[in-house]
Design a protein around this ligand. Structure first.
Ligand code: AMP
Length: 482
């Protein structure tokens, strides 16, 4: 099926943000490369996310991406982490049953008849070490993780000790996850290798109804699409009070997800939270809300899942590993019996978020006879913070511009120098990749050491002294991540 190429994806590929991996061998579905600008954007997004949750007081760990089968036997992924597939009898293409494109009953590629093809487990299997001896077949059976979460659950007792035995606490992890998706056909939306940023908040189940920071989010407005009842815009406090959102912990973290997504440039009117119906919930979840982004190309799409995993994972690992995952609860007068903590989990997929950021930031506007393409990224995420140009291609201007460029680079690191083509074209090249500031060196610079700064969004220019240049640019950037 010919789908008109999306302008954002065209720009992303042409300007070095991202493209399909292994292109020279024809490309492999579900794998993408981030190029020089995309990798920077992604690193900075990761840094913003890390900062956001570190300010919550959560600590970060890094666990392996491969785990022995025992971990996923306990977590339920070996048995339950699968999708139903259909196959085309004419061209042999596989599709997920719940893909909208197969709703018509015909193969979206060639129009052939589709037939049921059973369940596929989405985990990539591998082998850890060399198989030896008679039992070789199952020895060393391992899997690439389909989520980072298990790395935090299996380490629960160590993390609890790190937190001096006290609940609640939060742990974060950022890294690759792998899912052998049946039909990954939509660029960054369904990948087989992608980056997750996950938060696991461990809490005493009796305390889920009172989050100590709830007052800070209580009045925030939020657009909800509950499993039962009407879609509504309401406050987080009202949603919890009326039971639409089950408890304050879940409500607090839904509000935090919204805050983070808005901070990185996703407009609130393109965000809603949709609750899973019972029959679509993951095997570990008691309740689950997806933060969904309204994409102009793909419609509503999940970018973050916020699940109440209850005690599912810790209880399962306790059973399978025979390691106690219980915690004593204390009151002022006595120690109660042991309980297994519950887990609230915001799980971000960073690649989909990058798509959402780029789609939200991309604008086209008419300037005179031309269409100006601008990527209105927040400055914290812009891959290039400032570009320095000589106004004209004259040696004395170029020399001065290069020296301004060199000194600015010491402060801002991600700075470009460009002296090719007309000044208008150079501005347009920077607008398209989201550079917030362009600095131009002209003849007046040689006389009084001032330059012009042009703002990407307003296109307004003003003069500043070279000595004040980096401070002027940094004033517009809350956190400089390099
Ligand atoms: P889940 O554990 O399925 O709720 O996934 C958590 C988040 O990971 C989702 O909200 C997506 O943003 C992201 N995600 C899940 N599967 C994929 C995939 N195949 N490709 C890219 N991102 C994904």
């Amino acid at each position: 099926m010919a789908v008109r190429e999306d302008r954002v994806e065209e720009l992303a590929r042409r300007r070095g943000f991202l493209w399909q991996a292994y292109e020279i061998y024809g490309g492999t579905a579900g794998f993408y490369d981030y190029g020089p600008l995309g990798a920077r954007l992604k690193r900075q997004l990761e840094a913003e996310w890390r900062l956001f949750y570190s300010l919550e007081g959560f600590f970060e760990i890094e666990s392996p991406t491969i785990a022995p089968a025992a971990v996923f036997r306990a977590s339920g992924h070996l048995n339950c982490f699968s999708d139903l597939a259909v196959v085309c009898s004419r061209c042999d293409s596989f599709f997920r049953v719940d893909d909208e494109i197969v709703a018509g009953g015909k193969c979206p590629e060639c129009g052939g008849e589709l037939a049921g093809a059973g369940e596929f487990n989405l985990m990539f299997q591998t082998r850890i070490g060399v198989p030896k001896g008679k039992e070789g077949a199952n020895r060393g059976e391992g899997y690439l993780r389909p989520e980072t979460a298990q790395g935090m659950f299996v380490n629960f007792q160590r993390l609890l000790r790190f937190n001096r035995g006290k609940l609640p606490f939060g742990v974060i992890q950022l890294g690759k996850a792998y899912r052998n998706e049946i039909s990954p056909r939509q660029s960054l939306i369904r990948l087989r290798e992608f980056t997750m940023a996950e938060v696991e908040v461990f809490v005493d189940p009796d305390e889920k109804d009172s989050h100590p920071g709830f007052d800070t989010v209580r009045d925030r407005r939020i657009w909800l699409n509950p499993a039962e009842g009407e879609e509504c815009e309401t406050s987080v406090g009202d949603a919890v009070r009326s039971g639409i959102i089950a408890n304050e912990y879940l409500g607090y973290h839904i509000a935090k997800v919204k805050e983070f997504l808005e901070r990185i440039g996703i407009p609130s009117d393109r965000l809603r939270f949709r609750q899973h119906r019972k029959d679509e919930m993951a095997h570990y979840a008691r309740d689950c809300w997806d933060a969904e982004f309204m994409s102009r190309r793909y419609g509503w799409m999940e970018i973050v899942g916020i699940a109440d995993r209850g005690d599912y994972d810790l209880a399962a690992h306790a059973t399978y590993s025979k390691v106690d995952m219980g915690v004593h609860t204390h009151t002022q007068t006595q120690t109660h019996s042991k309980m297994i903590p519950h887990v609230i989990e915001p799980s971000y997929g960073l690649d989909r978020i990058i798509y959402a950021i780029m789609e939200s930031a991309f604008t086209e506007e008419q300037v005179g006879k031309e269409t100006r393409k601008v990527l209105r990224l927040i400055p914290e995420l812009a891959p290039v913070k400032a570009a320095v140009f000589p106004l004209l291609n004259r040696e004395e201007l170029k020399q001065k511009a290069k020296s301004v460029f060199q000194s600015l680079k010491q402060e801002l690191v991600y700075v470009d120098y460009d002296d090719s083509g007309s000044i208008g074209r150079r501005y347009r090249r920077q607008d398209e990749i989201g550079t917030p500031y362009c600095v131009t060196i002209d003849y007046q610079t040689l006389e009084d050491d001032t330059v012009t700064i042009r703002d990407r969004d307003t296109m307004e220019q003003h003069r500043v002294r070279i000595d004040d240049l980096s401070a002027a640019i940094l004033a517009g950037i809350r956190n400089l991540h390099v």
